[in-house]
Design a protein around this ligand. Structure first.
Ligand code: ATP
Ligand code: MG
Length: 432
């Protein structure tokens, strides 16, 4: 076996690709990837003896080992194989990127399209240079539409992912202040996410866009698009929107008018994600009654915009991630919610680079204006900049906060919990 054609034959016969021997499935192809703390080459023999068909390795010492397919770079080969496979598929591939709401939008699009098609989509958040090729290579043969989430924290990344997934449809959820460290600035984020538009423009792909987002419209220039949002330019519109606390709205398309949709999603900001899904569904000919059913059945998981009743308090759990843009929408949503006893628990925002101090300071300024009983803040980033006000309480980490919550014993409160993943704020729910 010596080239990608041979490897592709082996892949077609196996249909399964793995990178972790702990998730081994017999007959699969094992790719030996390297991480900061591991070298997959060290597990190649184990993979083979446990039933893998083939191990793609890049360690010279395994060059002549039986069952090993040696290449100069196993990760590159994984990406090349995914590209090779993608090029042979003639199905629609929908690429999704943006600063916030990619996973939610992807799950919602999958939910609506599943009503009519065999759909394959990014599992969880596997949206990077390894996750995208794995998503493509694990696609079942009967797949009719694929939805690929593409994440990025630096310039050039989305362009690279587009070369692998070759989307022929796409959408950018929004452009916000996320991953500023890697992108350098807001304009950097625009350029980085805009690489999806660049690819689609060059290849004549279809673009779905939120017509209420001037940044996205500016980036599109005079390229034709399919709009969702509000106003007459949108093919799919939401009207009479309420979020108390669950998002409801009237859906209007070219085929229905004012179809009420009651979701299990919290916050008006989720309207954009839901409309993106309705717009893709409309384009792919999914009937509105099925769209309504799919959107109403969808329940968010994994600490993203979840609404929980702990028996003592009501909690909006949004501990999956945080950045200045998603903090802003979460706070403005919380502000609109009527409740006599509101409490906020915020973890710091990571990956903001040199803007970190400024952005945490701006967040505190917004918080000061909110009518809440108490505000618990966690993380070094808030240290020393918290206003002298006894509503604000600072803790070094989530463990310290847990102790404080035990002592405070909150009852009958509406609590917003939000912060970057690293704070592990979901662990405080047991104390609420
Ligand atoms: P990641 O970059 O980690 O992959 P993502 O873009 O996939 O994130 P989601 O996982 O869908 O985003 O949502 C994460 C959080 O972002 C949500 O819990 C919510 O707080 C916020 N969010 C979701 N949708 C929007 C939106 N349209 N605008 C602003 N914030 C949003
Ligand atoms: Mg995601």
């Amino acid at each position: 076996m010596s080239n990608i054609h041979d490897l592709y034959e082996a892949y077609l016969a196996s249909g399964k690709v793995i990178t972790d021997t702990r998730k081994l499935e017999p007959e699969s192809i094992y790719f030996a990837l390297k991480g900061q703390h591991f070298d997959g080459n060290n597990f190649a023999k184990e993979a083979l003896s446990s039933g893998c068909r083939l191990a793609v390795v890049d360690d010279e010492r395994l060059k002549n080992e039986k069952g090993c397919f040696w290449v100069p770079n196993a990760l590159k080969m994984l990406q090349n194989l995914a590209r090779y496979h993608r090029e042979k598929l003639s199905i629609p591939v929908i690429g999704i990127t943006g600063s916030n709401g990619k996973t939610t939008t992807k799950e919602l699009i999958a939910a609506v399209l599943k009503k009519k098609y065999n759909v394959w989509y990014t599992q969880g958040n596997l949206n990077n240079h390894i996750g995208v090729p794995l998503t493509i290579l694990s696609m079942p043969p009967q797949t009719q539409v694929a939805i690929i989430e593409m994440g990025a924290n630096h310039i050039g990344e989305i362009a690279g992912l587009c070369q692998i997934a070759k989307p022929n449809h796409g959408l950018i959820t929004n452009i916000g202040k996320a991953h500023l460290e890697g992108f350098g600035s807001f304009n950097g984020v625009k350029k980085g996410k805009g690489e999806l538009y660049d690819f689609l423009k060059k290849t004549g792909g279809e673009i779905f866009v939120n017509v209420d987002n001037p940044d996205l419209l500016e980036m599109l220039g005079d390229y034709p698009w399919i709009g969702y949002g509000s106003g007459s330019k949108a093919v799919v519109r939401a009207e009479e929107i309420s979020a108390s606390p669950m998002l409801s709205f009237n859906l209007t398309t070219s085929r229905v008018s004012g179809l009420r949709i009651n979701t299990h999603l919290i916050g008006k900001y989720n309207k954009d994600n839901v409309l993106a899904a309705a717009s893709v569904a409309h384009y792919f000919g999914v009937e509105e009654s099925l769209v309504k059913a799919a959107l109403e059945e969808y329940v968010p998981k994994n600490n993203r915009s979840q609404f929980l009743n702990t028996g003592r308090n009501h909690v909006i759990l949004d501990a999956y991630n945080a950045n200045p843009s998603s903090m802003q929408v979460a706070l403005s949503n919380f502000k609109e919610m009527e409740h006599p006893f509101k409490v906020i628990i915020l973890g710091s925002m990571k990956e903001l680079g040199e803007d970190s101090k400024k952005e945490h300071y701006a967040l505190l300024t917004d918080l000061e204006k909110l009518d809440v009983e108490v505000c618990f803040l966690i993380g070094e980033e808030f240290k020393g900049i918290i206003p002298a006000n006894n509503r604000f309480k600072w803790y070094k980490d989530t463990k310290d906060l847990q102790e404080a919550l035990k002592a405070a014993s909150l009852n009958n409160a509406l609590v917003l919990v939000k912060g970057s993943r690293a704070n592990e704020l979901e662990t405080v729910v047991d104390f609420l």
